[in-house]
Design a binder for this molecule. Structure first.
Ligand code: HDD
Length: 712
């Protein structure tokens, strides 16, 4: 066996960080050497077991076969009880400046130019390891910072709030959302009785349920979603002074979503849609980037809000406490091995470094127990921190020893503190140590929720009233879908009654979807101003980087037009693929030339693309208008409000697909409801056509389009 070159790494040698270099010590190249047993004995035959005669029984002494099968039998480890399905990547974090030095001693946040290696794992929550990516769910966003003061884990989600306030409810909540225990149905879905039963009886869930019913639960890409630490944490400065902090990750590409119909179809067409997207983007060098922001609250302002900072079902509206940008994170390297790295990575909310500490948030307190506990069963014992992906880049010296699969050989006799036989080592440090924040604690032992946690309706209302019309419409449709799958009518009614306490119009619209009586209007006590930061439509919409564009074509296509399109959109970072009735080979151009086919239309689907183009070419269009897959492709993209461009004879495919939208009647460009058209083709098509299309693509969807009657 030989060690590989810095394997799987997209980084140039000079850009390799300490974590990447550390992993070299564990990387083993599969593509070299001779086949051996685990004991290093060479093997010359791997197809047949050792038998008594060619047709006789297999012998127990076949240690090679037994070892091979035994190892195989033990390949699986328990999947994570939640967040089982995920995708991970390495990268780095760097602070912009030292502005946080006033509030935290954490060096990785305050040293300008210091690049801290990170590993990030994104995940869905409810589904098992083999479930589809594009389900309606929260997404995990867990970051391990390998800092030069030890590992810090920020184990967050893509929603800023959580379903419950106290960790003791976590097993109840998870049991309710997971498949029902009698028949293990449904997989990776909240649309079933037990989940909504729980929601209807536990109104603290409502705020997060609003997020779950919104487009936030359907991210277009892990690269296009926000992340949040959720809890209020505590920064601690060099003098031991605390400041409350909430963490926000903001994607450079903006926050964008799929539509629900699309999600359900992608779950069949490409269940790995989000995982593949992350992998492909990193392989292509289109490294995803997020900005880290913080909301800071002085300890003296702990009670300045009309909610409790310790309540994880609440946000601090950004309009009240602005998010301060402090640094950026870039993911630039895929793991070498999914199991070794993405599966075995072990996050823990209690992995802290000097300068960051907890608050009394009862959800966080429970998590601080749960994450260590869960790794013990999942990773088989107490030595999981020594797995390559989990090792800090700092030196580790403890008196902990033994345990299952101890990989290190600790030398010396003294595995206790204090000792004289080991020269007193490892020694206690007196600088750069973690010092727990000296918080004052005083109170009676009670099992009770604080009164300051009891308002479950104001913030779901704030969220609902901050939505644009189209986002609100999606929320109503999502409630209609989910509750429509609930078989117990009492549960449906109870949820609608709870929604009425959030907002009467919301409850009425959901009731109408379900054919329930409109509930009586509940008195609303507070009407807070909306928070524009909550609407995804206010997100960044200036880039088409890594958007996927399908060009529908057949023999006779306008090769010049397609080449110009590919060049114009690729320059802006989009990925353009030519799809034809048959995959492989080339298409011949109507006016000469040829162009390679990237995919067959039948192996793909419009839901796997962000935009569609129908180029000119009378013969090409004549073929496509008889091709039901091509027509469905176009109609479906239209239905999902995706940008569409057609030029020259390409315009004729729109009505053939049942789309009777306004189109250009001459070479002048017409852009109407996300459809860009011109009768010009080949070299006479103006460059502006591509610019207009790219601008529309940057807006992601044309929500103004009327799609109700479109059959797709
Ligand atoms: Fe959790 C995994 C995020 C509440 C118990 N959680 C897990 C992961 C993420 C979160 C992103 C996946 C980590 C990975 O990729 O390996 N969890 C959250 C957030 C929460 C939250 C943002 C609320 C603010 N979690 C929560 C509570 C408990 C847990 C209240 C238990 C009391 N979570 C777990 C766990 C998991 C986990 C059972 C499963 C696998 C693992 O930890 O490593 O311990």
């Amino acid at each position: 066996m030989t060690k590989s070159d810095p394997g799987g790494s997209a980084r140039e040698p000079e850009n390799r960080d300490p974590k990447d270099k550390q992993l070299d010590g564990f990387r083993v190249d599969r593509n070299s050497g001779y086949l051996t047993t685990q004991q290093g004995v060479r093997v010359d035959h791997d197809d047949d077991s050792l038998t008594a005669g060619t047709r006789g029984p297999t012998l127990l002494e076949d240690f090679h076969a037994r070892e091979k099968i035994t190892h195989f039998d033990h390949e699986r480890i328990p999947e994570r009880v939640v967040h089982a399905r995920g995708a991970g990547a390495y990268g780095f974090f760097e602070p912009y400046d030292d502005s946080l030095a006033q509030v935290t001693a954490a060096r990785f946040l305050t040293t300008p130019g210091l690049r801290t290696p990170v590993f990030v794992r994104f995940s869905t929550v409810a589904g098992s390891r083999g479930s589809a990516d594009t389900v309606r769910d929260v997404r995990g966003f867990a970051t391990k910072f390998y800092t030069d003061q030890g590992n810090y884990d920020l184990v967050g989600n893509n929603f800023p709030v959580f379903f419950i306030q106290d960790g003791i409810k976590f097993p109840d909540f998870v049991h309710a959302v997971k498949p029902e225990p009698d028949n293990e149905i449904p997989q990776a879905q909240s649309a079933h009785d037990t989940f909504w039963d729980f929601v209807s009886l536990q109104p603290e869930t409502l705020h997060t349920v609003m997020w779950l019913m919104s487009d936030r639960a359907l991210p277009r890409s892990y690269r296009m979603m926000q992340g949040f630490g959720v809890h209020t944490f505590r920064f601690v400065d060099a003098h031991g002074i605390g400041t409350f902090v909430k963490f926000h990750w903001t994607p450079k590409l903006g926050t964008h979503s799929l539509v629900w119909d699309e999600c359900q179809k992608i779950a069949g067409k490409d269940p790995d849609f989000n995982r593949r997207d992350l992998w492909d983007a990193i392989e292509a060098g289109q490294y995803p980037e997020w900005e880290l922001g913080v909301q800071l609250v002085a300890e003296s302002d702990e009670f300045a809000f009309d909610f409790d900072l310790l309540d994880a079902t609440k946000i601090i509206p950004e309009e009240q406490v602005p998010v301060q940008p402090v640094g950026r994170m870039v993911l630039d390297r895929n793991p070498d091995n999914f199991f070794a790295e993405t599966e075995q990575v072990a996050f823990h909310t209690a992995n802290l470094v000097p300068g960051i500490d907890f608050t009394n948030d009862p959800l966080l307190q429970a998590r601080n127990f749960s994450y260590l506990d869960t790794q013990l069963i999942r990773l088989g014992g107490p030595n999981f921190s020594q797995l390559p992906v989990n090792r800090p880049v700092t030196e580790v010296h403890t008196h902990q020893h033994d345990g299952y699969s101890q990989p290190t050989i600790q030398r010396g006799k003294a595995s206790y503190h204090k000792n004289s036989l080991g020269s007193g080592c490892p020694a206690l440090a007196d600088e750069e140590v973690f010092t727990h924040y000296a918080k004052h604690v005083d109170g009676h032992v009670v099992r009770a929720r604080s009164d300051s946690f009891t308002d479950h309706y104001s913030q779901p209302r704030l969220f609902w009233r901050s939505m644009s019309d189209v986002e609100a419409e999606h929320i109503v449709a999502a409630f209609g879908f989910e509750l429509g799958k609930v078989t117990d009518v009492d549960i449906r009614e109870r949820v609608v009654a709870q929604l009425d306490l959030v907002d009467h119009r919301l409850a009425s619209r959901v009731a109408a979807q379900l054919g329930l009586d409109i509930p009586p209007e509940s008195p609303v006590v507070d009407i807070a101003p909306p928070s524009p930061a909550l609407s995804q439509l206010n997100t960044a919409m200036d880039s088409i980087l890594s958007r996927r564009v399908a060009v529908l074509a057949a023999d006779g296509v306008d090769v010049t037009g397609v080449e110009r399109l590919v060049e114009a959109l690729s320059e802006r970072g989009a990925i353009v693929e030519v799809l034809a009735p048959k995959g492989g080979g080339v298409l011949t151009g109507g006016s000469g030339g040829e162009i390679a086919v990237d995919r067959a239309i039948t192996t793909m689907a419009s839901v796997l693309y962000d935009a569609v183009v129908v180029p000119c070419g009378p013969d090409s269009i004549a073929t496509l208008r008889d091709d039901g897959y091509a027509l469905h492709f176009l109609a479906e993209a239209y239905k999902h409000a995706k940008p569409i461009a057609a030029f020259g004879a390409g315009l004729d495919l729109l009505p053939a697909a049942g789309l009777h939208c306004p189109v250009a009647e001459g070479p002048d460009i017409l852009a109407h409801a996300g459809v860009v058209t011109s009768t010009a083709a080949e070299a006479s098509l103006s460059d502006e056509f591509f610019d207009v299309f790219a601008d529309i693509m940057a807006r992601h969807r044309a929500w103004e389009r009327d799609v109700d009657a479109v059959v797709a």
